[in-house]
Ligand binder design. Structure first.
Ligand code: T3D
Length: 261
């Protein structure tokens, strides 16, 4: 095992970011979050899709609680606001702003801010033996790292309240049934299948994906405002080489091949 907390590989157009502290279920230290931020930024410059997964048996158990224990006394706690603002928020903001599809490949347990990271991605695939726990209220905290935003949008307000207030763990089939993940894959072949899934996105219409993400992130528009935005974005998508090539391929009865332009 390498002692580098984040591994990065570029596989064709797919950037694979691997959370790499398996002995503590890939829980986050500030150094690891800084390395994750650097990996996210690098992927933004060179990839057409991004996959984030964990080394070993976990995806991530969230904040490394041992690394902050020195900040606790009987009457005082570490400065969690600053920890979030400095170590988590810039990385998460840049992750959300990536124009290409980002897949969380949840290979095992995802808890606390580890689950928040998975929820901040565009898509989530999970191994059939993965587990999910919001975890925050179990240690007397509120959801953070974006979970207060993403969770209700993914599973609805009622389910979000139940997951947050009970802190209960859910298994992968339950996660699939409530919309916490999009797809399950066998544990034995998970790493290969998750990469193959993400690779198809890296070979897709990169510019149309970026424009679709802009549409999905345009919260709070009225119906007519959305019609306007759709038309503007469609004008851009319609002027890409990938769109023109896909139309020509369709008319030749051939599969489309996208160069990402
Ligand atoms: O507080 C702030 O800094 C603000 C930011 C908060 C963001 C957050 O993420 S708060 C939530 C933090 N996470 C948790 O509370 C989850 C803690 N972990 C667990 O509840 C369990 O480990 C799991 C349910 C995730 C998995 O359980 P299990 O039985 O599969 O594994 P385990 O045996 O508990 O853990 C394996 C090892 O990882 C173990 O170490 P050991 O005994 O083998 O030496 C365990 O201590 C370590 N580990 C697991 N989670 C963390 C951790 N070490 C440090 N920090 C962790 N979060």
């Amino acid at each position: 095992m390498s002692d580098v907390p984040i591994l990065y590989e570029l596989d064709g157009g797919l950037a694979c970011i691997i959370l790499n502290r398996p002995q503590v279920l890939n829980s986050f230290t500030p150094e690891m979050l800084a390395a994750l931020h650097a990996a996210v930024s690098r992927a933004g410059r060179e990839a057409r899709a991004v996959l984030i997964t964990g080394a070993g048996r976990g995806f991530s158990a969230g904040q490394d609680l041992a690394s902050i224990q020195a900040g606790y006394t009987e009457t005082t706690s570490p400065d969690l606001k600053t920890l979030l603002e400095v170590s988590y928020h810039p990385m998460l903001a840049d992750l959300r702003a990536l124009p290409m599809p980002v897949v969380a490949a949840v290979n095992g347990v995802a808890a606390g801010a580890g689950l928040s990271l998975a929820l901040a991605c565009d898509l989530r695939v999970a191994a059939e033996n993965a587990r999910f726990a919001t975890a925050f209220t179990r240690i007397g905290l509120v959801p953070d790292a974006g979970m207060g935003y993403t969770l209700p949008r993914l599973v609805g307000a009622g389910r979000a309240a139940s997951l947050l207030l009970t802190g209960e763990q859910v298994d992968a089939p339950t996660a699939l049934s409530i919309g916490l993940v999009d797809k399950l894959m066998p544990a034995a072949s998970f790493a290969e299948e998750a990469r193959a899934y993400a690779r198809t996105l890296a070979e897709g219409p990169t510019r149309a994906f970026a424009l679709t993400k802009r549409m999905l992130q345009a919260d709070g528009l009225s119906f007519s405002e959305m019609l306007t935005l759709e038309a503007e974005l469609q004008a851009e998508a319609g002027n890409t080489a990938d769109h023109r090539g896909a139309i020509a391929a369709f008319l030749r009865k051939e599969p489309a091949r996208f160069a990402g332009r």
